[in-house]
Design a protein around this ligand. Structure first.
Ligand code: CDP
Length: 217
């Protein structure tokens, strides 16, 4: 039976990669909710709307329609018909995403779309509040974590930047994500916590697949 798998965790904990691989193997849909917050940050910037302007950013969020087509084996983020997959990846937009994600009206604007995508089952959804808020009845919830140093190394490699610079940015973002009033990053009471420090992606994927199987996938 197709189930819903929620994967939450801090920046660069491996959520995206693990979610993508697990979805590929199970023939499930992968929904990257972080990409939605990143797109809100991008479109706000294009509209010359400050990330601190709650009303303005919420209006931008409500104007976006998302699709996640599979192109050449990779899930792309298409917003109002435009493929923004590459443009949303930088750490500056990541920082903007974390800022706009603390605005309750922005979260509300994205919540229904996320639930609609998850409710059909056969989905692996990753983010910060999937197990706690978006899909509280997901059959399997995973909380992925890793030491800050390792996450900074991974992200620096991905972005071609200095580890020290990336470490400070990640720590800053984690702090904001964990402390915000609405849907903060936290491990759901019924989530399985996995620490990926020093563990290969393949091993984590295997563990998630075992758990998924035990929950009916
Ligand atoms: O890829 P990375 O882990 O760096 O970040 P992401 O998953 O793309 O998410 C970018 C930002 O969006 C996060 O720092 C969160 O502030 C926000 N976010 C959120 O608040 N809730 C989600 N379900 C997903 C992302």
């Amino acid at each position: 039976m197709p189930i819903a798998i929620a994967i939450d965790g801090p920046a660069s904990s491996g959520k995206g990669t693990i979610a993508r691989k697990v979805a590929e193997i199970l023939h499930y849909h992968h929904v990257d909710t972080g990409a939605m917050y990143r797109a809100v940050a991008l479109f706000a910037r294009r509209a010359h709307c400050s990330w601190e302007n709650s009303e303005g950013v919420a209006t931008v969020a409500r104007s976006l329609a998302f699709t996640f087509p599979l192109i050449g084996g990779a899930v792309h983020t298409v917003v109002n018909g435009e493929d923004v997959s590459t443009e949303i990846r930088g750490e500056e937009i990541g920082k903007g995403a974390s800022k706009v994600a603390s605005i309750p009206a922005v979260r509300l604007a994205l919540l229904q779309a996320q639930r609609d995508l998850g409710e059909r089952g056969g989905v692996v959804m990753d983010g910060r509040d999937i197990g706690t808020v978006v899909l509280p009845s997901a059959q399997l919830k995973i909380y992925l974590d890793a030491a800050l140093e390792e996450r900074a190394r991974r992200r620096a490699l991905e972005l071609g930047k200095e580890v020290a610079e990336v470490r400070a940015e990640l720590a800053d973002r984690d702090e904001r994500d964990m402390r915000r009033a609405v849907a903060p990053l936290t491990c759901a009471a019924d989530a399985v916590r996995l620490d990926t420090t020093g563990i290969t992606i393949e091993m984590v994927v295997l563990r998630v697949l075992e758990l998924a199987q035990s929950r009916g996938a």
